[in-house]
Design a protein around this ligand. Structure first.
Ligand code: EPZ
Length: 430
């Protein structure tokens, strides 16, 4: 198992390109199941989660091939197996977004029920409620969910839950409704840019979806969809993570392939604490320049569904606020238990007080390097970011989590001036 060894204290400077969005790519790859003929997906990042989704699609009868230009071609050639096994699903919860496409296209899906994970309980009840409303018969057998429907029928569906809407639930129901008979209206749909990207892909395949990006999505069912070519949107969470890395090191970094309009809540917080964020659309490529020259100020953050502040940047901002001037407060409203980074940041000298879903952060002048343990994808990113600013050496163990969502992160940060070495854990134990 790999560890990242970080020598803190260098300012990040230079330019890097942000990859295509993991969380847009995963449901779009699943939706390729709905089509006849190949889809070519451009800017699919090279991540372990994408590898797991490719393995699952292959098991479900699709060929998946990386073309010379790096795009991914998916073509379903065999519809005989519609069973997503536990050993594939447990590696990546996003495999649940094959459920809607499978039942809509093949009339049957069997998917192992995903378990909880490091960021807390992750139920799928709203996904199931939505598919049931479309007419699918849902059963739970031996830990597997089965969904059966000779055909789906359009209807009105409310997809709200106690923590707002559901991103992958909206993806599942919207994808399934494209092939339903009649019209489906989803109320309280997730408004995340990844849902809009999926709707754009489905529409390019022949679906009739309007309203994606708003809480009401209308889907007029069509008889069939055909494969198409689609470019994945830039990863707003990867962009936000590099922005925090630039800010915490008082650096100046140019990020290419960023859609700042997908990051408005985060940009607002950056500016509120004293980070300069400027749009930079050179040569028709959208991007931004992030710089900070002084000690940052404290702030209050509450995570919310889009367009509110994203839960997927909560841990990274906590690392940043650990060294801000004054006391900050972060409240997590999407995944109230998503705080595994708190104990690890505390090992680096951060002063954090957790009370339920809220953490009070007493800003310190400096963090001190320490051996720490990565627990989930975004917490791992936060710990690497903390290590960039800390005095001395930080060793982040179990970094396989980070490879799920960030491609070659240490190489890309090193190209900006960071000093990070990837080491096999065994070498550290010697
Ligand atoms: C997506 O997960 C993302 N994953 C997550 O990113 C992200 O944190 C999350 O959306 C919120 O933005 C992917 O896109 C692959 P939800 P998703 O359903 O769709 C509750 C990362 O780090 N809920 O929108 O699974 C749920 O417990 C990952 O890249 C139900 O109660 O999240 C949570 O409190 C981690 N019942 C809230 O809704 C359900 O049926 C929002 O979760 C579904 C969800």
């Amino acid at each position: 198992m790999d560890s990242l060894v970080i020598q803190g204290g260098t300012r990040l400077r230079g330019s890097t390109r942000i990859n295509g969005s993991k969380n847009a790519a995963l449901p779009i790859m699943a939706a390729a199941i709905l089509a006849s003929g190949p889809s070519t997906l451009i800017d699919i990042p090279n991540l372990s989660d994408i590898g797991h989704q490719i393995n699952l699609l292959r098991e479900l009868g699709a060929t998946c091939e990386r073309l010379a230009d790096g795009s991914l071609q998916i073509n379903v050639t065999d519809e005989s197996n519609s069973h997503a096994r536990y050993d594939l699903v447990r590696k990546m919860r996003a495999s649940i977004c094959t459920l809607g496409p499978l039942v809509a296209k093949r009339g049957y899906a069997r998917i192992s029920m995903p378990g909880g994970c490091a960021i807390g309980d992750r139920p799928v009840d709203i996904h199931l409620r939505g598919l049931q409303a479309l007419g699918a018969k849902i059963e739970l057998n031996g830990g597997d969910i089965t969904a059966t429907a000779p055909h789906l029928t359009g209807t009105e569906i409310f997809l709200g839950g106690n923590f707002g809407s559901t991103v992958l639930g909206t993806a599942n129901v919207m994808s399934a409704a494209t092939l339903a008979r009649g019209t489906t209206v989803i109320e309280c749909a997730a408004c995340e840019p990844e849902v809009v990207d999926l709707a754009n892909y489905l529409n390019a395949m022949g679906a009739k979806i309007t309203g994606a990006g708003t809480p009401r999505i209308t889907i007029e069912g069509v008889k069939a969809l055909t494969g198409t070519t689609h470019k994945i949107i830039p990863d707003r969470i990867e962009a936000g993570t590099f922005m925090v890395a630039a800010a915490i090191t008082n650096g100046e970094v140019h990020l290419q392939n960023v859609q700042l309009d997908h990051l408005m809540a985060a940009t607002d917080k950056f500016r509120a604490i004293g980070v300069l964020v400027e749009k930079d659309n050179k040569d028709g490529v959208s991007g931004c320049i992030v710089s900070s020259l002084r000690r940052l100020e404290a702030t209050a953050i509450t995570t919310q569904p889009h367009p509110g502040f994203p839960t997927d940047l909560q841990a990274q901002f906590m690392a940043l606020l650990c060294i801000a001037d004054g006391n900050s407060i972060i409240t997590e409203k999407i995944f109230p238990d998503r705080f595994l980074h708190v104990a690890e940041l505390s090992r680096m000298g951060a002063r954090l007080h957790k009370e339920g879903p809220t953490v009070i952060i007493e800003g310190q002048k400096q963090l001190i390097g320490a051996p720490i343990m990565a627990s989930d994808l975004r917490a791992s990113a936060a710990l690497v970011i903390a290590g960039l600013a800390a005095k001395g050496t930080t060793t982040v163990n179990r970094v396989y989590h980070i490879d799920r969502g960030y491609e070659r992160i240490e190489q890309r940060l090193n190209a900006l001036g960071a000093q990070i070495q990837r080491i096999d854990q065994k070498e550290l134990d010697l």
